[in-house]
Every structure is written in C-alpha cells, then in structure tokens.
Design a binder for this molecule. Structure first.
Ligand code: HEC
Length: 122
C-alpha cells in the first residue's frame, strides 16, 4: 500500500514539472514560499502545507531544504527521494495530525518546488 502511494507520488511529480526559480517571502522564522505563481492544485497544496507543516517548526526549514537542496538538520540532499521519505516519516509520526491525502499533496508540492529550483538554476 505504501509502495503504491510512493509510486503515485513519484509519477505525479514527474508529470508536474515546472520552470523558474522558487520565489520566497520574509526571512528567518517568517521565511516562506511565495505561492502566487503556482498552478491551482499547488496553491491548495500550499494551503495544506502552511497549515499542517508549521505546527512543530516554521516553514523556514522547508524553504531552506528546497532552495539549497540540502536538508538543514540531517545535512542530506533534499531531492525527490528525500521528499518522499520525509512524507512517509510524517505519516508515521503519531502526533503529525496529517491524513494520507494531506501528506500526498504536500509531497507533490515539494517535488514540484524541488524541480522548479533545479530548472531555475540551469
Ligand atoms: C509533529 C511535529 C512536526 C510536524 C507536524 C512537521 N515536522 Fe518537520 N520536523 C520535525 C522535527 C522534530 C524535525 C527534526 C528532526 C527530524 O527530521 O525528525 C523536522 C525536520 C524537518 C525538516 C528537515 C529535515 C532534515 O533532515 O534536515 C524539513 C525539511 C521538515 N521538517 C519539513 C516538514 C514538512 C514539509 C512538514 C509537513 C509535511 C513538517 N515538517 C511537519 C517535526 C515536525
């Protein structure tokens, strides 16, 4: 079941590819993404991320991971594989309070953002 979720997530990530660097707003604790140019489905995923992924830490951590390509705590590369792995980790956290669908949306958004960052650097 989890494997099927992973495959779906990966496939959707490949289909939804983007252009241009990722825009951000604010700095340090208030650092966040600027979703104004996102396609509609990514905008709604962003709303989920903003609501659910800021309970334990600010979005700064996520912005740093996406824009630098390095996860700030572990120092590991923040690529598609890392995004999917983090999504699975979130599903297993007892107090993450996120549904499978919410995690899936956020993972799709992160894959989209990772792709946007990479194509922006080319
Ligand atoms: C239940 C609390 C909690 C929630 C909710 C939460 N996080 Fe985290 N997050 C953590 C903790 C604790 C760490 C640091 C250690 C770790 O990775 O487990 C972390 C670390 C991170 C990192 C850095 C990982 C690394 O390896 O450097 C990123 C990126 C991140 N979170 C993104 C997110 C995103 C995106 C969401 C929403 C899907 C989210 N977090 C929701 C607790 C949370």
């Amino acid at each position: 079941m989890l494997r099927r979720l992973m495959m779906t997530v990966l496939l959707m990530g490949w289909i939804v590819s983007a252009e241009g660097a990722v825009k951000t707003l604010g700095r340090s604790e208030s650092l966040r993404f600027d979703p104004s140019g996102y396609p509609p489905e990514m905008k709604s995923a962003y709303a989920i991320m903003q609501a659910k992924c800021t309970r334990c830490h600010s979005l700064e951590r996520t912005v740093v991971a996406v824009t630098t390509g390095v996860a700030p705590i572990s120092g590991r590369p923040f690529d598609h594989v890392a995004v999917v792995a983090y999504g699975q980790k979130m599903l297993r956290m007892p107090n993450a309070r996120m549904s499978r669908d919410e995690v899936k949306s956020v993972v799709n958004l992160l894959v989209y953002l990772v792709d946007s960052t990479q194509s922006g650097e080319k």
